[in-house]
Design a binder for this molecule. Structure first.
Ligand code: PGA
Length: 251
């Protein structure tokens, strides 16, 4: 049995006041939910603050990015050890906004994954195709290559805490969602790739991301190979995010 997981990616949104209000509401709602693991990834400056509020609760904390080096003269970067120090468990890696706006390559994703694994934290490796790549019939090849880069770099034992997030680029922040069938087709192929790399990796969680909302969450999470979601816009509204978590808890 794979435990359902929902992670909220707040991106570069909010303020100390809005983070405070959002976490307060989430903690009340999540106290009533069982059978789902939930995490939030606030912007870096709010991490310690959210960590203090969420300490002793089931709400997990994550970062949206990390450095590819352990420490040193890397102005503007944040190491995974620092993230561990302030209570993070998850680190998002290779989000499509990092790949497209900041030119992050598969190599960079591998280097950052190594840092996360060295701290025994949970790498959430994001992969996904652009609309152009989908229309050219290359979806499975593109995501297969992105996941393959990570699988080739580490042993199955090292990757046992990894979470994969399939996020079609054309569905992120656009209001367009992959249909449950489209998403399931990709998740199934990813599961097969994990299993053929090492049987034990078939048990890893594969999240779907891209315009997930309360209205479509249940149908998406009901697919056999979709184990939860990585949520952007809808993670900023407590009621909406909690409804998505409730949909994952039902699976
Ligand atoms: P979205 O973002 O839910 O706003 O589409 C998802 C993500 O970027 O992780």
């Amino acid at each position: 049995m794979r435990q359902s997981l929902v992670i909220g990616n707040w991106k570069m949104h909010g303020s100390a006041a809005s983070a405070d209000a959002l976490v307060s509401e989430l903690l009340i709602g999540l106290a009533k939910l069982e059978s789902v693991e939930v995490g939030v990834c606030p912007p870096y400056p709010y991490l310690p603050y959210v960590a203090i509020k969420a300490s002793g609760t089931a709400l997990g904390l994550g970062a949206q990015n990390c450095a590819d080096q352990p420490e040193g003269a890397y102005t503007g970067e944040v190491s995974v050890a620092m993230l561990a120090d302030v209570g993070c468990h998850y680190v998002l890696l290779g989000h499509s906004e990092r790949r497209s706006i900041y030119a992050e390559t598969d190599e960079a994703v591998v280097a950052k994954t190594a840092q996360v694994l060295a701290q025994s934290m949970c790498p959430v490796v994001c992969i996904g195709e652009t609309l152009e790549q989908r229309e050219a019939g290359n979806t499975l090849a593109v995501v297969g290559e992105q996941l393959g880069a990570v699988l080739a770099a580490f042993s199955a034992q090292e990757l046992k805490t990894m979470v994969v997030a399939y996020e079609p680029v054309w569905a992120i922040g656009t209001g367009l969602t992959a249909s449950p069938e489209q998403a399931q087709e990709v998740h199934k192929a990813l599961r097969e790739q994990l299993t053929s790399s090492d049987n034990s990796l078939g048990a890893l969680r594969i999240l779907y991301g891209g315009s997930v909302k309360a209205a479509n969450a249940e149908e998406l999470f009901g697919q056999p190979d979709i184990d939860g979601g990585l949520i952007g816009g809808a993670a900023l509204k407590a009621e909406e995010f909690l409804a998505i978590c409730a949909a994952a808890a039902k699976q």
